[in-house]
Design a binder for this molecule. Sequence first.
Ligand code: UDP
Length: 141
Amino acid sequence: MAIERTLSIIKPDAVAKNVIGQIYSRFEGAGLKIVAARMTQLSRAEAEGFYAVHSARPFFKDLVDFMISGPVIIQVLEGENAILKHRDLMGATDPKKADKGTIRADFADSIDANAVHGSDAEETAKVEIAYYFPALNVYSR
Ligand code: UDP
């Protein structure tokens, strides 16, 4: 299986709930290594740019408002099959539909405030990692 990298964000709701460590434990427990990480308060322009693919969707403004409502933790995860593994750990977009034991089932309140973001494919992972981390700040482990 391929070693992949994926972009992960712990969203403002989960940071506010003080579950950063619990979420990191799940990544590490699944064999994913944190190879880059930073806490930041996104600007509106940064959040709009990141979610540009959703700019025509009715929830876009609320999504951007939510993503800039407090600090986030952004990380690059590395490991075998990292993209899908991370998506499996996250659970479905709507926490009400997320499998038991997933991050969203356990920590998210709604489809808007759903605790985490994860890249959904190899190409988006590349683009999203480059959006937040210059290559120099990613540490192969
Ligand atoms: N979102 C929302 N309302 C919706 C659908 C999506 O607020 O009806 C938000 C939600 O925060 C989601 C993000 O938009 O995580 C991106 O949507 P996507 O369908 O890509 O879901 P994800 O890949 O995050 O599971």
